[in-house]
Ligand binder design. Structure first.
Ligand code: CP
Length: 322
């Protein structure tokens, strides 16, 4: 049996700037930007920790108004892997802008660090941070979108399928921030996207209309529907998320009733193509939006996606931080 080729200890990375200075929303990225993130992520993933020169002595501020496992760990570890460091600020008790203006937070941080990752309730706080600083601001999740998640989701699909173009991804559940980011990213990459939600919980109409405009250019289909059976029929992957996001805890009981028919179970997976993938951004609530069997079954790629948060975000850091 032939031996695998040894890893190149320093494969070349194309780290020329993206067309955007920040990562607030994948809708602002070009298709080429997204493909470049994926290309760098692939190289970093193959080389593991051999790139400690990329962000040597660079510092990242991480400000989180909400809980996190994946985003927090992967950005912190990602900076370490690339030779830099991260400083975490827990902002769960006081939203950004409450002690001092968002502008002043931005103006101070840019004197000490080379980039900011923020998880905020309000998307406009991220926009304000970006407006007042010359260092890149990365959206670690806002009430509007979750771009790092969607990039990791599509990177995972590209690993599994080779190409995501012409495939169909069905999202079942709340038309939330994760859903918006999937819609934005799908149409850029030529993936057909179906979103199936209960009436009144559909994605933001502005996101859908903008996506439909981009979809015409990329030859992609965007379908919004309320019938889970129709949404699952023939899909290449089925994605779901929690029915009540962080900040909506007082609606959990009501939402559990409204969303019950939208649970991803084996019957729904059987409507999709044979071998269709099951996706979830995590954390998941087994027995609610997804059954135990599907979550832990052979079609589930949830932990591959979680792993890829690290590789994709390292690529984002390497491409944005100067
Ligand atoms: N999916 C995701 O963003 O996970 P965390 O909330 O744990 O960061």
């Amino acid at each position: 049996m032939s031996q695998p080729a040894p890893l190149d200890p320093s494969p070349k990375l194309d780290l020329s700037p993206l067309s955007v200075p920040d990562l607030l929303c994948t809708s602002a990225m070009t298709t080429r930007d997204i493909e470049r993130v994926f290309a760098v992520a692939r190289t970093l993933k193959a080389g593991r920790t051999v790139h400690t020169d990329v962000l040597r002595h660079k510092r990242l501020a991480m400000i989180f108004e909400k809980d996190s496992l994946r985003t927090r760990f992967t950005f912190d570890i990602g900076m370490q892997d690339l030779g830099g460091s991260a400083v975490f600020m827990d902002h769960r008790d006081a939203r950004l802008g409450s002690r001092e203006s968002v502008k002043d937070v931005a103006k101070n941080l840019e004197r000490w660090v080379h980039g900011i990752v923020a998880r905020t309730f309000k998307h406009k706080v991220l926009e304000e941070l970006a407006m007042h600083t010359g260092i890149p601001v990365i959206n670690g999740l806002s009430d509007f979108v979750h771009p790092c998640q969607a990039l990791s989701d599509f990177f995972t699909l590209s690993e599994k399928w080779g190409s995501v173009k012409g495939r169909t991804l069905t999202y079942v559940g709340d038309g939330n921030n994760t859903c918006h980011a999937l819609i934005h990213t799908a149409v850029k990459l030529g993936t057909n996207i179906r979103v199936c939600s209960p009436e009144g919980y559909e994605p933001n109409a502005r996101v859908v209309n903008e996506a439909m405009r981009v979809a015409q250019e990329t030859g992609t289909e965007v379908t919004i529907l309320n019938d889970p059976d129709a949404a699952a029929d023939g899909a290449d992957a089925i994605y779901t998320d929690v029915w009540a996001s962080m900040g909506q805890e007082d609606e959990i009981e009501e939402r559990n009733g409204i969303f019950a028919a939208y649970q991803v179970d084996e019957e729904m997976m059987a409507r999709a193509k044979q071998g269709a993938l099951f996706m979830h951004c995590l954390p998941a609530h087994r027995g609610w939006e997804v059954t135990q069997e599907v979550m832990d079954g052979p079609q589930s790629v949830v932990y591959d996606i979680a792993e890829n948060r690290l590789h994709v975000q390292k690529a984002v850091l390497a491409l944005l931080i100067r």
